[in-house]
Design a protein around this ligand. Structure first.
Ligand code: NAD
Ligand code: UDP
Ligand code: UDP
Length: 318
């Protein structure tokens, strides 16, 4: 199906979410025609409001669990709630989004011969015994736990991507994204960086789950989006999975201390029960991304946190 433009047409599912909206912005900067699709489950109109006036930007409200017939050249499949609070609110829908959503987007990619990238996750490693996590590790996931709707949904989506590649010759890319933070996280998102910043700015207690000694490695959103774009543009034989994340590891307690320091907050720390199956440790081995994509994060935690704190101060100061 032709139109008069030769501009590359890119579909971003979950485009009104935190990562998706940054990705849409970067793709517009690169001169592409962007179709942003979202069912607004955790996404917001505010995230994409600044792009709505652009001729090359189009928003479509749609749920990826239903078939979609559009004509595009590339697909970034990001649709899926990412915060434990939100993906556990309606776990059946979370699995449907990952699995039926992947089938529909792969079916679409097959029909229009589009290259397709899956936003997978470090959660496919579960509560890992191998540390740092490298792509060859198969993971340790509880298949019947409260996180399984997300973890197993994402694992099944990876299976579908590789089977469409092997069975139908689709050009696929699978990114395993580690904890990413930055402006446009929703204040009620529930993930650790936004929770701590919102609490610190209000001088309310910082809620540490468990003893706060579990670790995560935090990647700033601009670095992550750069990695996704490099992966999509990589040679056809680079299919992944590829870890994308910042390899510098912190305990959750260290993160709380850093945020209290940067905000000058008088917040104290309040310890709360550890959610079930909460991984004890997480750190990406990014050797593959360095070698194949010439990619590594450049934003240090303090710098990224300052930008994120500025965002929360300005966006919600009223
Ligand atoms: P987010 O919740 O801000 O964005 C997800 C978006 O998907 C939202 O806009 C939501 O409305 C939309 N969505 C959910 N279900 C949908 C459906 N059925 N149909 C259409 N749209 C739907 O989360 P995020 O952090 O931007 O995450 C984006 C993607 O990256 C997700 O797939 C997530 O699993 C993955 N990821 C993110 C991180 C991270 O740290 N941010 C880490 C690993 C993986
Ligand atoms: N699909 C879609 N858009 C398309 C083509 C397919 O949403 O442009 C959906 C379709 O509903 C189907 C799924 O993708 O259920 C998988 O498509 P595929 O062609 O792989 O399988 P089949 O249609 O043979 O079941
Ligand atoms: N966490 C916390 N307090 C909060 C939110 C999260 O201590 O208010 C912890 C959570 O238990 C986990 C880590 O911070 O160990 C990261 O949680 P998040 O939900 O951001 O992402 P996850 O990596 O668990 O998917």
């Amino acid at each position: 199906m032709r139109n008069y433009s030769t501009t590359k047409r890119v579909l971003v599912t979950g485009g009104a979410g935190f990562l998706g909206s940054h990705l849409c912005g970067r793709l517009l900067e690169k001169g592409y025609d962007v179709l942003c699709l979202d069912n607004m489950y955790t996404g917001t109109k505010e995230n994409i409001a600044h792009m709505l006036g652009e001729t090359r930007f189009e928003f479509m409200r749609h749920d990826v669990t239903f078939p979609l017939y559009v004509e595009v050249d590339e697909i970034f499949n990001l649709a899926c709630p990412a915060s434990p609070i939100h993906y556990q609110f309606d776990p059946v829908q979370t699995t449907k989004t990952s699995v039926h959503g992947a089938i529909n987007m792969l079916g679409l990619a097959k029909r229009v011969k589009a290259r397709i990238l899956q936003a997978s996750t470090s959660e496919v490693y579960g509560d890992p015994e191998v540390h740092p996590q490298e792509e060859s590790y198969w993971g340790r996931v509880n298949p019947i736990g409260e996180r399984a709707c997300y973890d197993e949904g994402k694992r099944c989506a990876e299976t579908l991507f590789f089977d469409y590649h092997r069975q139908h010759g689709l050009e696929i890319k699978v990114a395993r994204i580690f904890n990413t933070y930055g402006p446009r996280m929703h204040p009620n998102d529930g993930r650790v960086v936004s929770n701590f910043i919102v609490q610190a700015l209000k001088n309310e207690p910082i809620t540490l789950y468990g003893d706060g000694m579990q670790t995560r490695s935090f990647c700033y959103v601009d670095d992550l989006v750069d990695g996704l774009i490099r992966l999509m543009a990589s040679p056809a034989d680079v299919i992944g999975p590829i870890n994308l994340g910042n390899p510098v590891e912190y305990t959750v307690k260290q993160l709380a201390e850093k945020i209290i320091e940067l905000t000058g907050s008088s917040s104290t720390m309040a310890f709360r029960p550890l959610p079930s199956d909460d991984p004890r440790q997480r750190q990406p081995n990014i050797g593959r991304a360095k070698e194949l994509l010439d990619w590594e994060p450049t934003t240090e935690l303090e710098e990224g946190l300052k930008k994120t704190i500025d965002y929360f101060e300005n966006a919600f100061s009223a």
